[in-house]
Design a protein around this ligand. Sequence first.
Ligand code: M6R
Length: 617
Amino acid sequence: MCGIIGYIGNKQASDILISGLSHLEYRGYDSSGIALMHDNKTEIFKAQGKLINLIEILNSALPTYKASHLGIGHIRWATHGLPTTANAHPHTCTCKKLTLVHNGIIENYKELKEELIQNQKNTVFRSQTDTEIAAHLIAYEYGKTKNLLKAMQNAVKKIKGAFAFCAIHNDEPDKIVVAKRNAPLVIGLGEGENFVASDIPAIIEYTKKAIYLCDYQVGVITKDDVKIYDENDVLVQNKIEYLPFEAMAISKMGYKHFMLKEIHEQGDVVRNVLSSKILSPVEKIKLEEFKLDKAKIKNIKRIQIIACGTSLHAGLVGKYILEKFAKIPTDVESSSEYIYRDTIADENTLVIGISQSGETADTISAIKQVKKENSHVIIITNRADSTMARLADSLMPVNAGIEVSVAATKSYMAQLMSLYILAIYLYEQKGLNDYDGEIINLKQELIELPNKIETLLENVSDIKEVARKYANYKDFIFIARGINYPTALEGALKLKEISYINATGYSAGELKHGPIAMLDENMPVLALLNKGIVYDKVLSNCEEARARQAKLIAVTNYVSKKDEGLFNDIILIPSVSDTLSPAVNIVVLQLLAYYISEFLGKDVDQPRNLAKSVTVE
Ligand code: M6R
């Protein structure tokens, strides 16, 4: 959350900063701002809300700012202080000579503020942000050293928390000074120009050569040079990386929203994940990405899956299939909970970190923690260039393509597919016997899955109709049992995120242990009813809900004539085994959330209060 960018060179800085911020908008859209230096003066433009508001301000400003070739910019996801213009970055010190943008959270900002007030009674505070305190602190250190690099080095030693900083100072108009700890920062290298940003898409249009700044390092970027110092002030050389990206025009391809486009891409996403891995139902899965040999695989005593949000739900499906096929006890835990307790992992534990972005702060912290225990860490991510990818012992990139919509859809599908592959791979490497041909059948079904998803996507009129009918309900319950329980959780999360309806997923059997008290004619209950071992049980739970007058919707691949009357609405899905049903059911729930949100006129792709990449704990 929050994205930062900086440019120094010969080009018009404002254009590069705005274009870069447009590629960082997935990190937040509460406000944005840029600072442009020219003739030893810094001009700041800020706007509340989306980037378009900042662009409008620039369009109506005097064009003198266009002469600037040095600037920094920011896109905000509010942590401290309301999403107002005053709280928008960049922030300045009292004399306004130092300007700062920041991604992260300064945990000790209150203490630092107290100290600053003691040390400099005339400090003028203009915002409620933690970042402004850092700006004052660096300026205070600058007062002592008259050197922006030293000032930054001294300041970061006093700061607790996570940060990626870009600072400029009117008295040193030839540089940007950067620093980072537990927040991403990449420096793009050009000819007579250099760039810095939270993420590659912001700079890929201009350069393919980059350096990743490491934690505790501080860098000085001029137009012809980049110098990086470690925490002991020793000059270090970071490896130059060649970025595996093409500058791409990200387009909706005729769809009204990115989310709808991304839902419709899921057939191809499945094909893509499976293509080089499952060649035929009878051949063993190839998984060169997995670096543990057979002997070590046989020694795995437990699996721990760590993830957040939608990725966590993929992990919960993973538990079912890893235990079913690989026969290894599997725990799934939210990264934010995993970090702050005494977890037990050792060299016989396989840890699976799942993350679309590869930058989720909670998951990164959990992975760093577990790496100390010598567990093998496999990362399943959509960003092979991310911080998490660089921490992996084994890396499984899911290659779902850039996902723009804040609500994750196709990346979830790709994560699911990676987990099916991994479960079957572990099963095969352990030499377990497929007595009843279940694995062969599953592989065959996986091969057929893209077509099933596409068939479902061809006719969405039932889903649209259900969306229209239920869009104005204030609450929603999703129920399922077994392997689809996580699907119920994910369906509820999708609906909450983009329509703001209070939706909750329950295991159908839990309904009677409390939640049933909420049921009446104002509570729609959506049941995932797949022909399989829990079918009859879920049906009974539906009866219980019906007896409380709840409106009942079934998403099902089978419902008998005698049971049809139980439901107010039925959405039929293509026939699929219980084991693979999460991959089909979720498409229905994604579409339902999408059409409800669209019907309600919500901002589908950029729902309020959210960001695509959550880089604070
Ligand atoms: O990038 P990650 O997969 O680590 O992100 C985790 C969650 O923040 C993310 O899944 C979030 O819940 C999405 N908005 C879900 O649509």
